[in-house]
Design a protein around this ligand. Structure first.
Ligand code: ADP
Ligand code: MG
Length: 679
């Protein structure tokens, strides 16, 4: 037998007694390749085998662990033997329990009459007491003496075919005992910093591993998981912080110490006062601009919170300091809208505003640094608005001082960086209306500073949201009519462009357009979607803006950024097809004027959970609450969308609940990353 001392923890598991290539291959499926991996295999759950429930005490309101002897068992076949149910009755001194498994006839071979079993599962009926598909483990003769499987809180590991719970538990047990003395603390310094700076006490590694597999209490399990979760978070944060330190080391931040010669007249002519929240964010940005370090800031603000004006003020600070500004938006429509807004705001101040999209440009991106070719007085910079074209074309700007990315969740990190690289370490402001729950924010935006607009501009009408079952579609239409009669405008939004799915009942905008036209035949109804060409789309939007169109039938292309205050009704069809955060974004297109707005979610309400999910939108307009609920329901990958799902898959850390742990990890990682820089 190999001596533990001669085998390191990094040795492959084949070095362990009894693990040949075949077993090793099975363990590999559980991501266990080395001895260390085995020691860090996280149990799925734990069974407190010191506390047993008697069969007579089983209640149909939860999962329980019982211990009993097999009394009888058998298979019933039905549907011409294509289906089967294996049934087994076990008993303890208080009563009998029925266990059933469907279409698993092989289970008959697994048990013998008289055998003693652990049985864990959900009670689905009390008369007779029944569990469907419970988990079982055979109690062996000598179990009473051994404390591996019995008389303790037993770990239940993830399994794969060919590996049994008992075998794996014994393997972990033996391996731990053999190697315990070799487990060294590898992160002592980090634990010390966590204690010193965050008052966070974490278990030493050896203890943490023991408690992971052999806890005496469930509190010990929690402590163990916490230590390993912290390590995972720390590793991630260290990477982010090192990236940030490299930026600080290599870059000389552009100092924009503007003289207010643009900002002042801009604010006085704006027509409204900035909210307190907007002013605070601008103060943060101003501080970044004079710090000598390139700004890397995320601005979060719910739809309609007024991010554009913040972007304009930040731009003016850069422009009056002689620097150019580039703003990138994810869609043509939004880029066009921004272009108009900025033209409106900046041209009267003598600032040149350019646009560059797939279909429009008012300058030649192939000419070197042509933003500067336009000679505006006083050495001011210029501003350019664009789509992806900004990064895909030859556009460059020698005096690029600030890059702004709107609706940044629509872009990937790489695209963001490409635009930044068009200049020499310009400041970066990314904006998003998708509120990211904070732990997740610290994870994916760990290297950014975060500003939040948590206040809506005054005088906003409320949005009332109603959830309608499909059967009530007529009522929704009638309601829209009452709004149209008052001179308001409406959006109808569909999940698909074409290819409706009649079986699943999913509607597509192309097919529904003519129906809406005939139902609202007194009104001007038009359609907008991603496949119209730029000019057509822009024309429709412009007419809608000027109230020439009463109803706009659309796909979710209108999701982003559109700002038309007289549109006060939105009907979203097949609302069950959208994510909560996306629905919240969509309805952010209304409620932009002083009139009350109405959002009607028409959905197939088949299940209680579908109803409960959409009800959240009826209850709240708080983007953060909605985002949190959405994240919980869909998980981080789905929640963030394809482009962004570079979130690591944590084994121990829980991105939904471990906020303070993530914050501590960031603090400690920042300390370590800065120390590394200074030595
Ligand atoms: P979002 O944050 O969704 O991008 P916008 O920047 O489009 O929001 O702002 C929505 C509307 O609110 C715009 O019409 C804008 O001019 C207006 N707005 C922004 N800030 C204020 C303010 N402080 N007071 C009044 N209206 C404001
Ligand atoms: Mg916006």
């Amino acid at each position: 037998m190999p001596d533990a001392k001669n085998i390191g923890l990094n040795y492959p598991i084949t070095e362990l007694r009894g693990i040949g290539n075949e077993r090793a291959a099975l363990l590999n499926k559980l991501a266990v390749n080395t001895i260390a991996d085995l020691l860090l295999l996280r149990p799925r759950r734990y069974e407190d085998r010191t506390k047993l429930i008697k069969i007579s005490d089983l209640k149909s309101d939860g999962s329980f662990l019982v211990r009993g002897k097999v009394v009888t068992k058998g298979i019933n076949y039905y549907k011409w033997r294509t289906k089967s149910v294996f049934e087994m009755i076990v008993e303890d001194e208080t009563g009998r329990l029925h266990c059933r498994w469907w279409n698993q006839p092989y289970r008959d071979q697994m048990f013998k009459i008289g055998q003693e079993l652990w049985i864990y599962g959900k009670v689905i009926s009390e008369r007779p007491k029944t569990m469907d598909n419970p988990e079982t483990e055979i109690v062996e003769e000598n179990d009473e003496e051994s404390s591996v499987h019995t008389r303790r809180i037993a770990p239940i590991y993830p399994l794969t075919e060919g590996i049994s719970q008992r075998w794996l538990r014994l393997l972990v047990w033996n391996t731990f005992n053999q190697f315990e003395s070799l487990i060294q603390e590898t992160n002592a310094e980090i634990l010390r910093l966590a204690k010193e700076y965050c008052n966070l006490t974490l278990l030493p590694k050896r203890e943490a591993i023991r408690y992971l597999h052999f806890p005496e209490t469930l509190a010990q399990v929690e402590q163990s998981i916490k230590r390993f979760a912290f390590e995972e978070f720390f590793d991630l944060q260290l990477k982010l912080q090192i990236r940030r330190q490299n930026l600080l080391k290599n870059a000389r931040g552009i100092v924009c110490s503007g003289d207010n010669s643009l900002i002042k007249p801009f604010l006085s002519k704006l027509g409204f006062k900035l909210t307190q929240s907007q002013t605070l964010v601008l103060r943060e940005i101003r501080r970044d601009f004079s710090s000598g370090i390139p700004m890397r800031r995320l601005l979060q603000g719910d739809v309609g919170s007024g991010k554009t004006v913040v972007a304009a003020c930040a731009s003016l600070m850069a422009i009056e300091s002689g620097y150019d500004v580039a703003i990138m938006a994810p869609t043509e429509i939004l880029a066009q809208q921004h272009y108009k807004t900025f033209l409106n705001w900046l041209e009267p101040l003598g600032i040149k505003v350019f646009i560059l999209t797939g279909s429009v440009k008012n300058f030649n991106p192939d000419e070197q640094d042509n933003l500067q070719l336009h000679d505006n007085h006083k050495n001011y910079g210029s501003l350019i608005v664009g789509t992806h074209s900004l990064i895909e074309s030859n556009f460059s700007a020698k005096k690029l001082g600030l890059v702004i990315i709107d609706e940044q969740h629509k872009f990937g990190v790489a695209q963001r960086e490409t635009l930044v690289k068009k200049g020499d370490y310009p400041h970066l402001l990314v904006m998003t209306a998708t509120p990211i729950p904070r732990t997740l924010g610290l994870t994916i935006y760990g290297e950014l500073d975060i500003s939040i607009l948590n206040e809506m501009p005054p005088g906003r009408g409320k949005i009332k949201t109603f959830l309608y079952d499909e059967a009530k579609l007529r009522q929704a239409f009638d309601f829209v009519k009452t709004q149209l009669q008052q001179g308001r405008q409406a959006y109808f939004v569909y999940p698909r462009l074409e290819d409706s799915d009649p079986v699943a009942g999913i509607k597509a905008v192309m097919q529904e357009y003519s129906k809406i036209k005939s139902i609202f035949d007194h009104y001007n109804v038009r359609i907008v979607h991603g496949r119209l060409n730029q000019q057509e789309r822009e024309l429709v939007m412009e007419e809608f803006r000027r109230n020439k169109i009463n109803i706009l039938v659309a796909t979710s292309v209108i999701e982003v950024g559109i700002d038309i205050p007289n549109a006060t009704v939105m009907v979203i069809m097949n609302a069950e097809q959208f994510g909560l955060a996306q629905l919240h974004q969509l309805r952010g297109r209304i409620g932009r004027g002083i009139c009350e707005s109405y959002c009607i979610l028409v959905a197939k309400l088949k299940t209680a959970s579908a109803i409960q999910r959409l009800k959240i939108l009826e209850e709240t307009c708080d983007g953060f609450r909605i985002a949190e609920a959405d994240l919980q329901i869909r998980g981080p990958g789905e929640f963030l969308g394809k482009e962004q799902s570079g979130i690591p898959n944590f084994k121990f850390g829980n991105i939904l609940t471990d906020l303070s742990l993530m914050q501590a990890a960031k603090i400690v990682a920042t300390k370590i990353a800065t120390e590394k820089q200074t030595v």
